[in-house]
Design a protein around this ligand. Structure first.
Ligand code: SF4
Length: 458
């Protein structure tokens, strides 16, 4: 079931119940504290977006991170400014929802959720109900993620729990295992919040940080919890329409994409403008310009995209090309921009753990990476082995160490580099990779005259 037109899709007024008056534990970084903002359902009203920009400008250093979970981070907050910032955000309905270290926002949905005519369930309503049902579960790890998807046959590799539409009014519920998602039951969309809540409560009792880390015995205990929750519901509301909510440990595997192409897309009665922040960073002024663009095309909410960008929805036919062009200076607006294929963390000087200027280096690398990006390859410039921007593997991973980069091909930041190079040598070799391929260009035993005299294997 699709939701009503986009003008009725503003975030709900926040409930005050359980809200903490202070911002969630600002995190120390190289450029001060980091304050996390978790917009309900990944949406900001235009006024809320203005408040976030104002908060970043007045109480931070004017820089923002956009995260892969469609949240925001205000950078450069000080001990003195964190309390007034928290007050400002809480007043705008963007304060913390729990004070026990658990997830401030549990669910992730497509930016266009509720406006996608191919959806067969009311995704925003279901996500809202799951948030409410799970808000009070004690001991839930902060990174717990429930993906709610309104279309069948999609996937979400980072999810702990995946709720996907099966057909109108019905969903499949799956949990993460080491190698894939396992469908554990199907139920009505109305029953899903209780089922997910039972799953998450059982998960919290295991003490594990991610669902994929559960042992077989722990996963079996979770299934028992679901069965108990289903039985409890049957006693309360009678049998479900669908045959008794079967448990089917081991269901099919599905891969889900959260990557709307940047630019303008128009289908049906809605057009969608998508802009991505280069390497997930933007300024308060740039966010203000997004709000201005939203006002210009009549969009009354700003949706955050897991591609680290913003999505604006407007009625079809509204002139929007100029609004998109106005954002091109600050954001990626072209689908083939090679920066979309390169991840980079804050690095130096913003992060105390970094010794290399990852953002600047990633900007340079992206230009030389264009032909490889066009082939579907991905690169990652990480300031250290922690790999904040992309914990998983990439075709080319650069790992900052003592001002140079360790090179890993087809691996993750935690893998052992085959060779260490300064950025200039990386770019030189990358230029040669256009014809010879990455493996040949970054072969450890290949001596290049411009490797800074130290292109030896690690
Ligand atoms: S990967 Fe390392 S350098 Fe980059 S942001 Fe994370 S901790 Fe900092």
């Amino acid at each position: 079931m699709s939701a009503p037109p986009h003008r009725r899709m503003l975030p709900d007024a926040p409930s005050r119940r359980g809200w903490c008056p202070s911002l969630a534990r600002p995190m120390p970084t190289g450029d001060g504290l980091l304050a996390r903002v978790h917009p309900p359902l990944g949406m900001l009203s235009l006024e809320q977006a203005r408040v976030v920009a104002r908060g970043a400008r007045h109480f931070g250093n004017g820089h923002l991170d956009l995260t892969a979970r469609a949240n925001l981070q205000i950078r450069g907050v000080s001990e003195a400014s964190s309390a007034p910032l928290a007050g400002l955000l809480t007043e705008a309905g963007l304060g913390d929802r729990r004070a026990d270290g658990g997830p401030q926002r549990l669910t992730l949905t497509q930016p266009r959720a509720g406006q996608d005519p191919t959806e067969v369930i009311d995704v925003p309503a279901l996500a809202r109900a799951i948030e409410a049902a799970a808000l009070d579960i004690p001991g839930l790890p902060a990174k717990t993620l429930v993906v709610v998807e309104g279309r069948p046959d999609v996937t979400a590799p980072e999810a702990d729990c995946l709720v996907t539409a099966r057909d109108a009014g019905f969903v499949d519920v799956a949990i993460a295992a080491a190698d894939r998602m396992h469908t554990v039951t199907d139920c009505t969309a109305t029953e899903a919040p209780a089922v997910v809540s039972a799953l998450l409560a059982a998960f919290a009792r295991t003490g594990r940080r991610r669902m994929r880390d559960l042992s077989e015995a722990e996963r079996a205990a979770l299934l028992d919890s679901v069965a108990a929750a289903v039985g409890h519901q049957d006693r309360q509301t009678g049998p479900a329409t669908r045959s008794a909510l079967p448990l089917c440990a081991g269901g099919g595997t599905r891969d889900v994409s959260f990557a709307p192409a940047t630019g303008r897309d128009e289908s049906g009665s809605v057009q969608m403008l998508t802009v991505d922040a280069p390497f997930g960073r933007c300024t308060a002024a740039a966010l203000d310009r997004v709000v201005s663009a939203a006002e210009a095309i009549g969009a009354d909410a700003i949706r955050l995209s897991p591609t680290r960008g913003f999505v604006l929805l407007a009625s079809a036919g509204v002139p929007a090309v100029a609004a998109l062009a106005d954002l091109a200076t600050d954001f990626i607006v072209a689908p083939d921009d090679p920066r979309r294929s390169v991840d980079a963390c804050t690095g130096a000087p913003g992060c105390a753990s970094g010794s290399t200027a990852t953002l600047l280096d990633a900007e340079r690398l992206a230009q030389d990476f264009r032909p490889l990006a066009a082939q579907g390859l991905a690169a990652h410039v990480s300031g250290c082995a922690k790999g904040c921007a992309r914990p998983g593997p990439a075709d080319l991973t650069l790992i900052g160490s003592q001002g140079r980069y360790g090179i890993v091909l087809g691996g993750a930041p935690g893998d052992e580099p085959a060779i260490h190079l300064p950025i200039e040598a990386v770019l030189d070799r990358l230029g040669r990779a256009k014809t010879g391929g990455l493996a040949a260009a970054f072969a450890p035993n290949m001596a290049w005259p411009d490797d800074g005299g130290d292109g030896r294997p690690a």
